[in-house]
Design a protein around this ligand. Sequence first.
Ligand SMILES: C[S@@+](CC[C@H](N)C(=O)[O-])C[C@H]1O[C@@H](n2cnc3c(N)ncnc32)[C@H](O)[C@@H]1O
Length: 486
Amino acid sequence: MIPIVTLIVGTSVRFVNDVAHARSGDFPEREINWTGTKNLGHIMPLSPARTAAFDILLRVDQQDAYAGELLHSYRMDALSPADRALTTELVMGVLRWRSRLDEAIGEASSRLLAKVDAEILTVLRLGAYQLRYLNRIPAHAAINESVELVKRAHKRSAVPFANAVLRKVAASKVDAPSGRFAASSADLLARESAHPEWLVARWVAEFGLQAAQAICSYDQRIPNVTVRLDAAEVEKELASEGINLAPGVLLASARIVTGGDVARTRALQEGGVFIQDEASQLVAALVGRGSRLLDCCAAPGGKTAALAARNPTAEIIAAELHSHRADLLRKRVRAANVQVIQADAVSPPTSGGFDRVLADVPCSGTGTLARNPEIKWRLKPADLVDLHAKQVAILRAALRQLVPGGRAVYSTCSLEREENEAVVKEALQGEHEWELLDCRVELEHLRSTGELVWDDLDSLLGGQFFRTLPGLQLCDGFFAALIRRR
Ligand SMILES: C[S@@+](CC[C@H](N)C(=O)[O-])C[C@H]1O[C@@H](n2cnc3c(N)ncnc32)[C@H](O)[C@@H]1O
């Protein structure tokens, strides 16, 4: 059985993949009765966590919203800590195991799932998740609450159907999948671990079966919440707020949160601590030190903040395409040497002269599926083609911002070749002004200064590139290339 969540997990969406306390999610007014204590007359009182989970899952499904953002929206403040934890568990659990849940529902249903209304399917997934994956919720409670959710969604005529399906799911005794997958082919692995087959087939072809098994296993677990500490005293401050920390796996400045809700601490609100995956912290470390830095796809600012901490006297320009995200970036990163601008990285208003540039481009986010499981159900192979074109354009423009001798880091949190090696190859094709550097040299440097505490450098490299694979390292999957202007 999957353990009960004791932390608010998942660091929000691909766009805000590194920072866990996005507060920008919003809900339609009609959906706000999460406290659930009121009896609405014709329906029984509903548990606030299930109501909130239903609303969030429906928005994720119908409006392409991101679960992590909604789970950290201010609306969640109305819930008790226990209800927030249960909501998170329900939402993330349903999204992680969606294809397995659909399989169970399909077997129990007289109708094709494609013909079932989105609201009813969402209720059934929530119900099936509780029945199959949570051992602390009695079957009758899961079924009764599901029926009430159907009524709340104004789908009263579907009550007998939902009731019958969930009773069948409850009656069919199937063990919940274990957390470790050892299937011998891509299709079996995809089915067992609730991933789309096309994605798993790519990973098997690219990284081998064992690595693909490790990635799928990691994606199905609750990932660590990791923080970056700017100053040693912050650790004491967090301890005084009830946060337990353990040393990071990759970096000396990283800590893994082992107890407490760090997203709600004063230290985090005041900007002394940043929730950021270790691989993301390491990408920022690869940028190194300079006097003029450009971070050209900067929101929500996890890496900008790390660059500012490492380069306190440098001038740093942080650019972001979307105005609301540029605002978020301004709120998050308050270092005096950082100037936030709203700009398109493909045609930036800056006129060059940077000795360090970071292009942490928009990408598919397939290295972050443990945190953002909805991505695996949304992503289509064709998206990788579109992303590739956008990424090449951003990287080319970023390279032109460098002074001779200056260095750029190109990075993604994708595992896909089209977004990684192939982008770098295309951007550098026929160009003699830029040269690809070996990330090993920079990793060795970080190792020699004691910043990198991970010994096995080979496991962080794919040729000249930096690369982490979820499950091989206990962090998100990131890719980075280092490029120098001659
Ligand atoms: C992967 S996220 C960056 C994460 C960020 N570096 C961090 O560590 O917190 C990519 C960001 O680029 C922004 N973006 C997308 N297209 C862009 C463009 N053409 N120019 C500038 N920013 C862009 C997205 O809105 C998003 O905020």
